[in-house]
Design a protein around this ligand. Structure first.
Ligand code: CTP
Length: 460
């Protein structure tokens, strides 16, 4: 087989399986957004039948989510088709809930060839995610009015059991509020309040990082949406926030001591997250915004450093939520350093010192955080102007030497002139860098070698 397909859907259609594209991809299509990936539903088969249909066309792997077999990941043999979805194409047989006992939690999700597309849609979380499109005809299967809800901006559960069936959906609801500009209807809101406590049962990986190599669990998607502050307020008001992030509970309604802080700590926090989102800041800055001041309620009592305490709390939260170590460490640094004193009249030298101290990425992210933080406090125009000036200076000075690797001499150059390997060598390089940060013109090989020799003669 050979051919040119616009997308994975066109390729799957060409296999004649009578498949449907389903869930988030249909929702995103209707919104005119590009779906990150497409999931397909193949009626009339079970897991084994699905494999049998796909195996003639390529490699098939079982797809498991949280220990449950939910379908297949398919890697087409055809090279062009494979390039349409390098991570594989996800297909599933129809599945539905089957009761296994009298209780609300007594059910299992089973795949069965007799299950219809409508039944499969019924087990899904929200009406806007319970729409399928038949590839062969383009016809929409939308038994719960999801397309109308989407147009009206309404987030509605498919059934009242939706959150009980999977409490992660409480966080997904908040994510969609932030990301898709939808609002839960009255009943969904009530269900959220009633079910809020069950969020504590959700496995941390699904909220934070962990199973998502990129740390893109539901909390990250919420923060990366356009309306995170609105979603976080809703999380607070339904009781979900205190279950999801107990570390934020002491911030709720907490009156700040500083006269320049006109908002309670939770509202200040939400405003800083929103400021970071409005500025298009990356996930790490938004996570830092969420966690930056959580040390305050404790250190107001014991006199500790609120940023250092906040960093400990941030590290614990991100560890618990299984964020990738890299993300956790970086966000923790942002929180630890966020309370730096801004200079009223920063100079190019100040900018180079800031770069040398933090490195370029952290330096710029700290300023992004600071801008969002200042936007949520009483600050003067002069203070905003000084921060903007430091930012411009950083942009201008970032090409100037500020890392050991930027020095015109290396460790081996110093060994060649008689230094021994060891801590003294490291201290000398650092001292040379300190001088070069103060005066970039000194960054000439001969000049630095001469200064290194002098330092050696002066000796310790
Ligand atoms: N779904 C669900 N309950 C969940 C997770 C997913 O009912 N806890 C259903 C929804 O129909 C959803 C589909 O499975 O649309 C696919 O889920 P996912 O791959 O997580 O995609 P979405 O969250 O919908 O969208 P995105 O691609 O933006 O993550």
């Amino acid at each position: 087989m050979g051919g040119v397909w616009n997308d994975a859907a066109a390729y799957i259609d060409s296999l004649g399986l009578d498949a449907y594209v389903v869930g988030g991809a249909v929702r995103d299509e209707l919104l005119g957004r590009r779906a990150p990936d497409q999931d397909f539903l193949v009626p009339g088969v079970d897991q084994r039948g699905l494999r049998a249909l796909l195996e003639p066309h390529g490699k098939v792997e079982d797809l498991e989510v949280a220990g449950q077999l939910v379908g297949a990941r398919f890697f087409p043999r055809d090279r062009e088709a494979r390039q349409l979805a390098p991570a594989g194409i996800e297909l599933a047989p129809p599945r539905a809930e089957r009761s296994t006992g009298p209780g609300r939690h007594d059910f299992e999700i089973v795949a069965d060839p007799s299950i219809t597309v409508e039944e499969d849609l019924r087990r899904r979380d929200f009406t806007v995610n319970a729409i399928a499109r038949r590839l062969a005809t383009g016809e929409l299967v939308d038994p719960f009015g999801g397309a109308d809800d989407l147009r009206a901006g309404v987030l509605r559960t498919v059934t009242p059991q939706s959150f009980a069936e999977d409490p992660l959906r409480l966080v997904r609801a908040l994510r969609f509020v932030s990301q898709l500009d939808v609002e839960p209807d009255e009943q969904t809101l009530r269900q959220m309040r009633e079910q809020a406590q069950s969020v504590a049962l959700v496995s941390a990986e699904r909220v934070g990082g962990g199973i998502h190599a990129d740390g893109m669990g539901e909390l990250s998607k919420l923060l990366l949406g356009a309306r995170p502050a609105h979603a976080l307020r809703l999380a607070r008001d339904t009781g979900v926030l205190a279950e999801l992030l107990p570390e934020l509970a002491p911030a709720i309604g907490y009156a700040q001591r500083s006269g320049r802080q006109h908002l309670p700590l939770d509202e200040h926090t939400f405003a800083v997250v929103q400021g970071a989102a409005d500025a298009g800041a990356p996930l790490e800055v938004r996570l830092a915004a969420l966690l930056h001041d959580l040390g305050k309620p404790q250190t107001d009592l014991d006199g500790g450093n609120h940023a250092a305490r906040g960093a400990q709390i941030a590290s614990a939260v991100l560890g618990r939520l299984r964020y990738p170590t890299r993300t956790r460490q970086y966000v923790t640094r942002l929180v630890r350093e966020h309370a730096f004193h801004e200079l009223p009249e920063p100079t190019a030298l100040d900018a180079r010192r800031f770069l040398a101290r933090h490195g370029e990425r952290l330096a710029l992210d700290l300023l992004a955080h600071k801008a969002a933080d200042m936007g949520a406090k009483h600050r003067t125009d002069a203070e905003h102007a000084a921060l903007a000036r430091l930012r411009r200076l950083l942009e201008a000075e970032r090409g100037q030497p500020h890392r050991l690797g930027d020095l015109a001499v290396s460790g081996s150059d110093l060994i060649d002139i008689g230094f021994a390997e060891g801590p003294e060598l490291g201290r000398t390089l650092q001292a040379l860098l300190d001088e070069v940060v103060e005066e970039p013109e000194l960054n000439e090989r001969e000049t630095l070698l001469a200064r290194a020799r002098e330092r050696r003669q002066e000796g310790p």
